[in-house]
Design a protein around this ligand. Structure first.
Ligand SMILES: Nc1ncnc2c1ncn2[C@@H]1O[C@H](COP(=O)(O)OP(=O)(O)OP(=O)(O)O)[C@@H](O)[C@H]1O
Ligand SMILES: [Mg+2]
Length: 216
């Protein structure tokens, strides 16, 4: 099962992924965590490039670097984990490109979809947890963590478009997305995340069992 976490800066994605990983650990469910951009040797180098504040970068270049990093991650790490039957938890995936480079930077969505499809071979999450948050609140949280990177430095209007972008992506695919309020406290939020993940997990396992019973 493939679960992605999405949402604006500082929405609590990394925090909730850490809590989910601890829960999966307790339940004895084998899982793998990845983050974008990065997660591979090449991805690490691309991450430095794309977040660097010193050089000007066009929106299309930014998108292509994220896509290159993603292509590497899918082939090297994500598909193998799914083939081993693990639960794969990804900190950002293609929806971030649609929200940031599409809604935020204004690139053509059809082009983004075509390139993303090629980069991922069409690998789509079974479940996407969208942590929604007011961009002012999220950026304020993120700012406490360290120096702002190139994306965090883009203005509040940009981040407001990103947030709306995520919400409209979720509205178009209600069966894949579960949208939660990132402004809530960590504990109730992690409980809601677990409800969503375990419901999908149980559904996919009973589907598998039904499939096996059919084969026997
Ligand atoms: N529910 C919450 N309530 C209050 N603070 C939170 C909550 N969740 C996370 N935080 C804090 O907000 C900050 C950002 O959280 P986190 O790094 O998990 O967000 P993120 O979505 O991964 O951000 P980024 O997009 O920058 O990677 C951290 O300092 C974290 O401790
Ligand atoms: Mg994070």
């Amino acid at each position: 099962m493939f679960v992605s976490f999405e949402g604006p800066e500082g929405a609590g994605k990394s925090t909730q992924i850490r809590l989910l990983a601890a829960r999966l650990e307790r339940e004895g469910i084998v899982h793998l965590l990845t983050r974008e951009p990065g997660g591979t040797d090449i991805g690490g180098k691309l991450r430095e490039l794309v977040l660097d504040t010193r050089s000007h970068m066009s929106a299309m270049t930014e998108f292509l670097i994220y896509s290159a990093s993603r292509a590497q991650l899918v082939g090297e790490v994500m598909r193998p984990a799914l083939e081993r039957g693990e639960v794969l938890v990804c900190d950002r995936y293609v929806d971030s490109s649609y929200a940031y480079q599409g809604h935020g930077r204004g690139l053509d969505m059809a082009q983004l979809r075509a390139v993303s499809e090629a980069a991922t071979g069409g690998l789509t999450p079974d479940l996407t947890i969208l942590l929604d948050i007011d961009p002012g609140l999220g950026l304020g949280r993120a700012a406490r963590v360290g120096e702002p990177d190139r994306i965090e430095q883009a203005g509040l209007e940009f981040h407001a478009r990103v947030r709306e972008g995520f919400l409209s992506l979720a509205a178009v695919e209600p069966s894949r997305f579960v949208t939660l309020n990132g402004a809530e406290a960590q504990e109730p939020l992690s409980e809601a995340v677990w409800q969503a993940v375990s419901a999908r997990w149980n559904a996919s396992r009973s589907r598998d069992q039904a499939g096996n019973a059919h084969l026997v």
